[in-house]
Design a protein around this ligand. Structure first.
Ligand SMILES: [Zn+2]
Ligand SMILES: [Zn+2]
Length: 383
């Protein structure tokens, strides 16, 4: 069993590992060097590398034997952002940055892997490490699943670092922690004409303007006020000059919900309103609807165990659910799971070019994986 000395000894190494990974970020589904690095690291520790061949990037590895199988997940990709932190270990890959802190996740899981490897002969079950690619593009968890990398896992846990939580603070709650994400693009097609002679055209800009406002009634008039829903239009384009009514205008945006009913209602009303508005202005319309990850939904029983275990070693806080999406949801919809927020004491929020995280938060991340992995092996082993 690991004690405080185990973690103290590990500290310098995990900081070094994180700085190396931070310096070498790779974009979604192109994490080839990161994959090699993790594979080598785990091979040296005695893990069985079982990454399916179908997976181009990402690493799946196991230690221990038999049932239950507890999955520990980290994402490994970075973002197309030019780093502006000025850190001595800033990205050497120009225009690519670990601006979501997935380097923090990889390092915490490698640290836990190290401690678990010291106990490999006494583990009561199997630990499966899932280092998944492409979280930012929301396809990596599905890629792992489609390749069979999640087969046979009885329970899976993962976390996202949270810059506004302090070192050692762990945000946990049962149920929805991160939102379901939908994305839309709506294109109005009218008839272009001279700005001074609107009677000869069909104006897509008026149709678009009316629709942008009408859509805001979905949350205020159609959704249950007790449930959370957000509809945001984030990008509008139409026309090219001052004296021509264009043929086309479009907008795009996103819907975030925490509940299947709310998600369905939003989509249904969105289509009704957009089609109705287009008809009323006499223009054609095309709707593209892209379903992103579902809600990250924490299993109530597993969450009880994880909260209990975490509170023995770290500080459990009740987080505000995040309207951001997380493709851990693909695991969470299939396998009983718990997702947490681990305090990374950062200077700004995710996806900022100057995001700097606190290395002091790494050992709490290691502990979170390690202690909960052991606890879930013990709890699930009783069944
Ligand atoms: Zn991100
Ligand atoms: Zn992230």
């Amino acid at each position: 069993m690991a004690d405080e000395a185990t973690f103290t000894q590990l500290k310098d190494k995990v900081v070094e590992v994180r700085h190396y990974i931070h310096q070498h970020p790779e974009l979604s589904d192109q994490e080839f060097e990161t994959t090699k690095y993790i594979t080598n690291y785990l091979t040296k520790l005695g893990y069985r590398i079982i990454t399916p061949e179908k997976l181009n990037t990402g690493v799946i590895a196991e230690i221990g034997q038999g049932k239950p199988v507890v999955g520990l997940r980290s994402d490994i990709d970075a973002l197309p952002i030019k780093e502006a932190t000025g850190l001595p270990y800033a990205s050497v890959n120009d225009g690519v940055m670990h601006a979501c802190g997935h380097d923090f996740h990889i390092t915490s899981l490698l640290g836990a892997a190290e401690v678990l490897a010291q106990e490999k002969d006494s583990l009561k079950g199997t630990i499966r490490l899932v280092f998944q690619p492409a979280e930012e593009t929301h396809v990596g968890a599905q890629e792992v699943d489609a390749a069979g990398g999640a087969d046979g896992i009885d329970a899976i846990i993962g976390f996202h670092n949270k810059p506004d939580l302090g070192v050692g603070e762990i945000g946990l709650l049962p149920g929805g922690l991160m939102a379901a994400v939908d994305q839309f693009k709506v294109t109005f097609k009218g008839i272009g004409t001279h700005a001074a002679m609107p009677q000869f055209g069909k104006d897509p800009i008026i149709a678009l303007s009316g629709t942008v406002n009408a859509i805001q009634t979905i949350v205020s008039r159609n959704e249950n006020p007790q449930k959370t829903a957000v509809v945001s239009i984030t990008h509008i384009e139409g026309g090219s000059t001052w004296n021509v009514l264009p043929e086309e205008a479009w907008f795009e945006g996103t819907v975030r919900t925490f509940d299947g009913e709310a998600r369905k209602t939003a989509k249904k009303r969105f289509y009704e309103i957009v089609n109705g508005q287009a008809a009323s202005y006499g223009v054609d319309v095309e709707i593209e609807w892209i379903e992103g990850p579902d809600v990250v939904d924490n299993d109530p029983q597993l969450t009880k165990w994880v909260v209990d275990e975490t509170s023995k070693h770290l500080t459990v806080v009740k987080p505000e659910p995040s309207n951001a999406g997380e493709d851990f949801a693909y695991f969470s919809q299939k396998i009983p799971s718990v997702f947490a927020f681990v305090g990374s004491h950062g200077n700004s929020d995710w996806h900022h070019s100057d995001l700097r995280l606190d290395d002091e938060g790494l050992i709490p991340g290691v502990k979170w994986y390690y202690y909960n992995a052991k606890r879930l092996l013990a709890e699930l082993g009783k069944e």
